[in-house]
Design a protein around this ligand. Structure first.
Ligand code: DGL
Length: 266
């Protein structure tokens, strides 16, 4: 048994979609969440910069003696996992592999679509993970950068959002995909509009629940689950604009956030 907290970081509020699933799957675990709101977005930045930010974020979480780190950001997961795993002595879980695995399990016609930020799509991280599981699957990827601010504004079913979704997702309409991976923390909020555009026959994969399952598996296998039966006291940190984090964060988390502190490492 291991009562140390789980550390989770993202470039901002989006990673709270992962926290929501971890709360469901592991209700006794204490979470320390860090949103790097001072430096968001990561999705347009270079690999070197994203690696540096990821190491700094992990170092901040280590101050809380975390037993495992979840890199909730797809962009950071697609770039920084090797360097973080080399540096840290605790398990580091990213969001790409669980999403890729779920897509492979779901597709029936071996045609999968992936959407994400510029950097995630450019890294081809999903293609690489999917081809490691199954060589026969065809993957078509599209970057949809405007989805991030739309989700943060909570313009979830506005006409403008539908029009932007139609424009981005048009190439999928002739590609016969039957599965679409939401490869960005923010996109689960836009799931309805995305689903309407690509059609009911396309199954939408949101990796957050697969990540939570993977973490639960690692903790169980290694006898690292928390033995505490008290309600855990989670901690939320942001590197800037703490009040805005609370406002937007509650939409992503789907529940109240009592307190957000300013992280001082940036
Ligand atoms: N968290 C990022 C991701 O999942 C989206 C926002 C950003 O670009 O930083 O890729």
């Amino acid at each position: 048994m291991d009562n140390r907290p789980i550390g989770i970081f993202d470039s901002g509020v989006g990673g709270l979609t992962v926290v929501k699933e971890v709360f469901k799957a592991l209700p006794n675990e204490k979470i320390v969440y860090l949103g790097d709101t001072a430096r968001v977005p990561y999705g347009t930045k270079s690999s070197e910069t994203i690696k540096r930010f990821s190491i700094e974020n992990a170092d901040f979480l280590k101050r809380f003696k975390v037993k495992l780190i979840i890199v909730a950001c797809n962009t950071a997961s697609s770039i920084s996992l090797p360097v973080l795993r080399k540096k840290l002595r605790i398990p580091v879980v990213g969001v790409i592999k669980p999403g890729a695995r779920k897509a492979v399990e779901t597709t029936k016609n071996s045609r999968v679509g992936v959407i994400g930020t510029f950097t995630t799509i450019k890294s081809r991280a999903y293609e690489k993970e999917i081809s490691q599981i199954s060589r026969h699957i065809k993957v078509k990827s599209i970057a949809c950068p405007l989805f991030v601010p739309l989700a943060e504004e909570a313009w979830l079913s506005d006409v403008i959002t539908r029009d932007i979704a139609k424009r981005y997702l048009k190439p999928f309409l002739n590609s016969r995909i039957d599965t679409l991976v939401l490869g960005c923390t923010h996109y689960p909020l836009l799931k309805n509009v995305i689903s309407k555009v690509v059609g009911k026959k396309v199954t939408i994969i949101d990796s957050a629940s697969s990540v939570a399952e993977e973490v639960a598996g690692i903790l169980k296998e290694n006898n690292m689950l928390s033995s505490s039966t008290n309600k855990p006291r989670h901690m939320f940190f942001a590197t800037d604009a703490v009040e805005q984090f609370v406002k937007t964060g509650e939409k992503f988390l789907g529940r109240k956030i009592d307190k957000v502190r300013r992280a001082d490492h940036v």
